[in-house]
Design a protein around this ligand. Structure first.
Ligand SMILES: NC(=O)c1ccc[n+]([C@@H]2O[C@H](COP(=O)([O-])OP(=O)(O)OC[C@H]3O[C@@H](n4cnc5c(N)ncnc54)[C@H](OP(=O)(O)O)[C@@H]3O)[C@@H](O)[C@H]2O)c1
Length: 359
């Protein structure tokens, strides 16, 4: 695979820092541009990020002295320097929508962490192991935008990256109803215990907008490309409660599920064990070897023990058992800033490169 020059838009933020860290030694991608707000533009990256650097490893040498570009003012210059950008910015939703379209229209593909375009019908929202075929909508999106290369592709919300991967491979049994409670880490709010001391020894039973995303976004993943859009599925039916817990990284989900044709426990375990998607087939650099890991022990998976499994890109599942009201219940875990944010976006970018969309 040839090397691609990439930009990180929102590079000084929590997700931006994670992008730079995981791209440090990437075999295909070289970070040549970092961009952020006017507050950071013109400074070297290490000056701009300063004490906001929260990764456990130092700022990658290659980016420390790059001069931060202005994410909103320098779009054409950035587009001329890179093959595509990753985008993770904290701005108003309509501003992000306009910003990402501006990059796409400057013929610079955007792989986004932001939620702004997740509902846009011709923007694929991809978990690469599950609905990789949704990238087939990109030519239709290019037609709408009037571009040759430029397009937007997004990853889904971090909350659902634990339970959707566990459920989607069971679709052939006809999933009817899903009830899920998520227990979400504070890094999902861009916070640490230092910056959010109120979270120490505490649980907050509300995360703005999260339950809606957790219930609605799965229907796009189960959707189909029809004509020039992705048409959302109408089932399974999801109901969710999302709770913030005092954990640094790692979102856990407790799932209850009802099927049309109830599989046996052994059938479910077999599906999980044998499941592999397009990233595994293509042996993409960030793909976990085994996407779904099942743990037999009653007290697994545990956030501290399993969140970094396969570089934080695998999903851990445990406690599958029959339920008194639903057919089954189980617990699942995924790393919210790796699989759930920057890592998931890097894997999506690898898929898009391997399938020829970044040529
Ligand atoms: N944290 C997570 O786990 C997570 C997971 C999934 C998705 N997300 C999404 O990813 C995005 C970024 O989240 P985050 O936690 O990384 O936020 P963050 O730490 O607050 O970082 C925000 C970034 O956006 C830049 N920015 C802010 N206002 C801007 C403007 N007007 N123009 C250009 N750049 C601007 C900031 O630059 P300055 O430093 O110059 O201000 C910074 O680089 C959000 O949409 C969030 O919802 C986050």
């Amino acid at each position: 695979m040839k090397k691609f020059n990439v930009g990180v838009v929102g590079a000084t933020g929590m997700v931006g820092q994670r992008f730079l860290t995981i791209l440090e030694n990437h075999p295909w991608f070289d970070v040549t541009v970092v961009a952020a707000s006017a507050r950071s533009a013109g400074k070297t990256y290490k000056e701009a990020v300063g004490a906001k650097w929260v990764m456990t490893t130092p700022i990658p040498e290659k980016v420390a002295d790059l001069v931060v570009m202005n994410a909103t003012e320098d779009i054409n210059e950035i587009a001329s320097k890179v093959d595509f950008v990753f985008c993770a910015v904290d701005m108003k939703k309509d501003e992000i929508k306009a910003l990402e379209e501006a990059y796409a229209k400057a013929e610079c593909p955007v792989v986004s962490n932001n939620s702004a375009h997740r509902g846009t019908e011709d923007v694929p929202m991809v978990v690469p192991e599950l609905n990789n075929n949704h990238i087939e909508v990109i030519p239709m999106q290019r037609k709408r935008l009037g571009t040759k290369r430029g397009f937007i592709a997004v990853k889904s919300n971090c909350s659902l990256q634990s339970y959707v991967p566990a459920l989607y491979p069971l679709s052939s049994y006809g999933i009817k109803d899903v009830l899920v409670c998520t227990y979400q880490a504070i890094s999902g709010a861009g916070k640490t215990f230092e910056t959010w001391p109120d979270m120490v020894d505490n649980v907050i039973p509300f995360i703005g907008g999260e339950e809606e995303k957790s219930e609605q976004e799965p229907l796009k993943i189960w959707g189909k490309v029809e004509g020039d859009a992705i048409v959302n599925a109408t089932s399974p039916s999801f109901t969710a409660q999302c709770i913030r817990v005092p954990v640094s990284d790692g979102h856990m989900g407790a799932v209850f599920v009802r099927f049309e044709n109830k599989p046996s426990k052994e059938e479910i375990l077999n599906v999980w064990k044998n499941f592999a998607g397009r990233p595994q087939e293509l042996e993409l650099p960030s793909a976990p070897k085994q996407f779904l890991h099942y743990f037999e022990e009653d007290n697994m998976p545990q956030t501290k023990l399993q969140r970094n499994l396969e570089n934080g890109m695998a999903v851990s599942i445990g406690r599958l058992r029959e339920d008194t009201q639903y057919d089954y219940k189980f617990v699942c875990l995924s790393h919210n800033t790796l699989r759930g944010a920057a890592g998931g976006a890097v894997l999506l970018a690898e898929l898009l490169c391997a399938e020829g969309y970044m040529d």
